[in-house]
Design a protein. Structure first.
Length: 696
């Protein structure tokens, strides 16, 4: 098949995949409750996952259009993934088979909307459609197994995804029953010949040979199944009648009957030679609710997470999807606005309740694994997940003692290592800890806020804590908790505010600045330190500077400057002031608060860093403000600024020099004005009329 033909075929298959993906949810919603709607949805989801596979085939053909105009059949040997001894088949047949399978799947979904016979009972109609679903599922798995990945440049990641889809299709086929599989194989061989295809589906030693006690479903004879299969594989009723007739006449029923006799003589047992079909021997598993399955793996989710489109996936599968460079939602194909994976705690709780109700072993997430870091590298983590999950359950207990003990233990674990912080968050502890912030027990409150503080050290947890609605409750602890709880609440605010978006969220939370300023004014020494660092970080955001000024931040800052020896907070006060004066409202309020004399005193007597910050604040106050500039000139700032420009830190020298450059012209003007005034006064006082003039 030439590259343009491959590209055209791939594009046709992509169109089919998108149509089928869109049909599934619509048909599922329109169908009556039962297995039919679920079958539509499951089939459409499996097929929708083939889009990246087909895109790679299309892109490969586009790249090969000039360099490789055709793919020789000898180079396009198709082999089943389960056998390396399968006979070679050309690439055109592989793609044609896949196209036919996708067309059959689409038609099967459409047939699900109407009965094949008007007078057929609803039960029979549903059984007919079930057989068609089973066939197209079986057919799709087989043709996917024949695709030669190497001939189309399929990436390892996409190959792995296709193999996963094949495994799902195999399980779905087996779950529907193994009774008709032998017939499907015979029908497919004959259908390939009747449709004029050169390819036959070859059953090799590694393919499962099924010896079964009944050839077909008890409610259907052989001809019925032939007609049902033909219905989804042809384009018109006329073709269906012709092909059905040819297939029925051409099949060797005696050979099939021999298979039946052989099976009966074998004690009516299913002989499964392939390890892949070992699960045939197991009883049908409990039906897992559709919402509890990962749309990618279709398995019961252990760690459900929500992506930006609102869809929920198993963390391991969606993370691998993202790590492979994909930036779209696998289910909706929408672009992911961000790559944040938010744990779906509600769904996880429902899954655990369902497991408990049906006595199913509750899914355990891995005890060790890999976390993708912000720089693109991976961090391996290990930890006692089971013990952590027990603690998370205990903090939800009705017993205050259990809550207190579990919260204290989580607080301690979160302090010890990054691995513990990851595992605690993964176990769903954050929303529960947020609820405990409102507990009446001050010790529980203290443990909860400190645990959140420790968890926030891990960067990804910061966003989870804010998304869990923690800001408001933390502010409440900051206002009314014990002193230690208030201190740790302020530290938590600082930690969370390291993310720029959180600065806005925290700053706009009512009472946030009031609570921090109150702690800065009257808290313990450690509390003041924590409040100061939080306020500084929040005020980096321009919009928060005015909020802090209006909340009264200058009062405790001036107190710190006036009593430097009693609190040891002068450096923190100056650092916050240096940020506030960059805002016009902060600049005006600072000047009105009579701060300039205190700053000039610090230029003379402060520590090197204090002098540096004082000079920076004075420079900000005096820029484009001659009144403030004249004030520092009158207060004698010239000498300490000159000394600082000579012997201060590098930053202090720059600030002092810049301030002197503003100050010198004003001083010269003042001196000149004073000199002129003094000269006029002296001249006026000493002037006497001359004798000549008196004579005149």
């Amino acid at each position: 098949m030439a590259a343009p033909e491959i590209r055209t075929t791939a594009e046709a298959m992509l169109t089919l995949v998108h149509e089928v993906a869109a049909m599934g949810p619509v048909l599922a919603a329109a169908s009556a409750p039962g297995s039919l709607g679920a079958s539509c949805l499951r089939l459409s989801r499996k097929i929708s996952l083939l889009s990246h596979f087909l895109e790679e085939i299309r892109d490969f053909a586009a790249r090969s259009d000039d360099a490789t105009p055709s793919l020789p059949p000898s180079e396009a040997a198709c082999s089943s993934s389960s056998s390396s001894s399968s006979p070679p088949v050309d690439a055109s047949s592989c793609l044609a088979d896949l196209l036919m399978a996708l067309e059959a799947a689409k038609k099967c979904l459409l047939l699900g909307r109407r009965p094949r016979q008007v007078n057929a009972s609803s039960d029979l109609v549903e059984k007919n459609i079930d057989i068609q679903f089973q066939y197209v599922t079986w057919q799709l798995e087989k043709v996917l197994g024949k695709i030669p990945y190497e001939n189309f440049g399929i990436s390892d990641e996409v190959q792995e995804q296709v193999e996963l889809i094949r495994a799902q299709l195999r399980r779905a086929t087996v779950k529907s029953g193994t009774t008709n599989l032998k017939v499907f194989s015979e029908i497919y061989d004959m259908l390939s010949q009747t449709c004029g295809k050169e390819l036959k589906l070859q059953r090799t030693s590694s393919s499962p040979e099924l010896h079964i006690d009944d050839t077909v479903d008890g409610d259907h004879d052989f001809k019925d199944i032939v007609m049902l299969v033909a219905e989804v594989n042809v384009k018109s009723n006329h073709d269906m009648d012709n092909i059905t007739s040819d297939m029925t006449a051409g099949l060797n029923k005696a050979r099939i009957a021999d298979s039946f006799i052989s099976a009966v003589n074998d004690d009516n047992q299913i002989n499964l030679t392939s390890p892949m079909l070992e699960e045939f021997k197991r009883p049908d598993p409990l039906e897992i609710p559709e919402d509890f399955r990962c749309p990618i793996s279709l398995e019961l989710m252990k760690d459900p997470v929500i992506v930006s489109t609102g869809q929920t996936y198993e963390r391991a599968y969606i993370q691998k999807w993202i790590d492979c460079g994909n930036r779209t939602c696998p289910k909706t194909q929408q672009k992911l606005q961000n790559l944040t994976l938010t744990p779906n705690y509600v769904l996880r709780s429902l899954i655990m309740q369902w497991c408990e109700l049906h006595k199913v072993e509750q899914p355990r997430r891995i005890v060790s694994g890999w976390i993708r870091k912000s720089d693109g590298t991976f961090h391996e983590f290990t930890g006692d997940r089971v013990a952590i999950e027990v603690l998370v359950r205990n903090i939800s207990s009705r017993s205050l003692e259990d809550q207190r003990s579990a919260a204290a233990e989580l607080r301690s674990l979160a302090k010890r290592s990054t691995d513990n912080r990851i595992l605690i968050a993964e176990a769903g502890a954050i929303p529960v800890l947020v609820k405990l912030l409102s507990a009446d027990d001050h010790k529980i409150q203290e443990h909860a806020v400190t645990a959140l503080l420790n968890l926030s050290i891990y960067e990804h947890n910061k966003e989870l804590i804010v998304l869990a609605g923690a800001i408001g409750p933390i502010i409440q602890v900051l206002r009314g908790g014990s002193m230690e709880a208030r201190e740790n609440a302020a530290a938590a605010i600082f930690s969370l505010s390291l993310i720029d978006d959180n600065k806005i969220t925290i700053g706009s939370t009512p009472g946030a600045f009031d609570a921090l300023i109150e702690l800065l004014y009257s808290g313990s020494h450690r509390g003041k330190k924590d409040a100061a660092t939080a306020l500084f970080n929040l005020c980096i955001y321009q919009g928060n500077k005015a909020r802090a000024i209006r909340a009264g931040i200058l009062s405790p800052l001036l107190k710190m400057l006036q009593e430097p020896l009693s609190n040891g907070m002068i450096d923190e006060a100056l650092t916050i002031l240096s940020v506030l004066v960059s805002h016009q409202e902060g600049k005006m309020a600072t000047a009105r608060a009579n701060t300039i004399p205190l700053l000039i005193d610090l230029l003379r007597t402060g520590q090197p860093r204090n002098k540096e910050n004082a000079a920076a604040i004075l420079l900000a106050l005096c820029k484009k403000d001659n009144e403030n500039l004249a004030c520092i000139g009158r207060l004698g700032a010239l000498i300490p600024l000159t000394e600082l420009a000579k012997s201060g830190t590098d930053r202090a020298k720059r600030k002092a020099t810049s301030l002197l450059e503003h100050l010198y012209p004003l001083l010269l003007l003042l001196v000149e004005d004073e000199f002129t005034a003094a000269t006029v006064h002296v001249c006026k006082h000493d002037w006497k009329p001359s004798s000549d003039s008196s004579m005149q």
